[in-house]
Design a binder for this molecule. Sequence first.
Ligand code: F6P
Length: 341
Amino acid sequence: MRIGVLTAGGDCPGLNAVIRSIVHRAVVDRGDQVIGFEDGFKGLLDGRYRELDINAVSGILARGGTILGSARLERHRLREACDNAEQLRQELGLDALIPIGGEGTLTAARMLSDAGLPVVGVPKTIDNDISATDRTFGFDTAVGVATEAIDRLKTTAESHQRIMVVEVMGRNAGWIALESGMAGGAHGICIPERPFRVDGLCKMVEERFARGKKFAVICVAEGAAPAEGEMPYRKGEIDQYGHERFTGIGNQLAVELERRLGYEARPVILGHVQRGGTPTAYDRVLATRFGWHAVEAAHRGEFGMMTALSGTDIVMAPLFDATAVLKTVPQQRMDETEAVF
Ligand code: F6P
């Protein structure tokens, strides 16, 4: 069998672990051929690929990023790929294509699958917002980075009697903010799923200062926004991929809290630090299991599906289920901590 693999969309710790696992299972165990496309779907369309053997994936398990490179694809190029799906498949001699990616990539994968390509998806994103899987790899690593940041910010906040506003990733879903905020004991958590109230945050800070705890750490997801009329708020522009270019809610909130409360406030934007570097053990294992199961699904001819975690088992889920709606933080999870404002 000749299997193509690509990584698309934003990178995430654990991508290399999946690539390595696919090569081990397919090439070493099953005698398949694996080719890796460069820079996501762009490499597929331009015929830029290289053969991946056991040496090509040696030493990459613990490495962040992706050895194949990653990129987002413009819509018109995706349509072009769908229109020429069968021709592409024949030219490249593909028996299966394994795209590893987040919501955008899996949507593109579903479209290519509908157009006739034999696709088995592997979900990835630090945001953990893909439906039909309990977890995506990369999330655990990102939460670990953000939790460490909150721990560190607490000591400097306390020394200077300041409010630290730490902004973490999460455009539409607040999973990273919620879990790192809970793990780090942030005093306030703001997520996209619930427009936050500045009054509530101010009351919480005042109450802390009044009982002698003269500092606070607030963890805010980049996509969180204040409730209507709560504070001056600048929305970002929409880019060519349909994503909002955020203007920094962390900065805006820090300015507003300082203005209202009179205590010093500092913003800290963690940004892509959360996506870089070595994956945690949890993410390496999940990524490795996804890779193994993707190869098995390809051999069974289970196309139009993706690997998914269900409890502790790896199962196959329709690409459609994964991309129809985003998995956002449910009310119950917000209720489990008093810190969500
Ligand atoms: O989807 C993953 C993610 O890291 C989001 O959390 C973030 O909003 C976005 O990608 C950033 O994208 P880019 O790398 O294009 O700035």
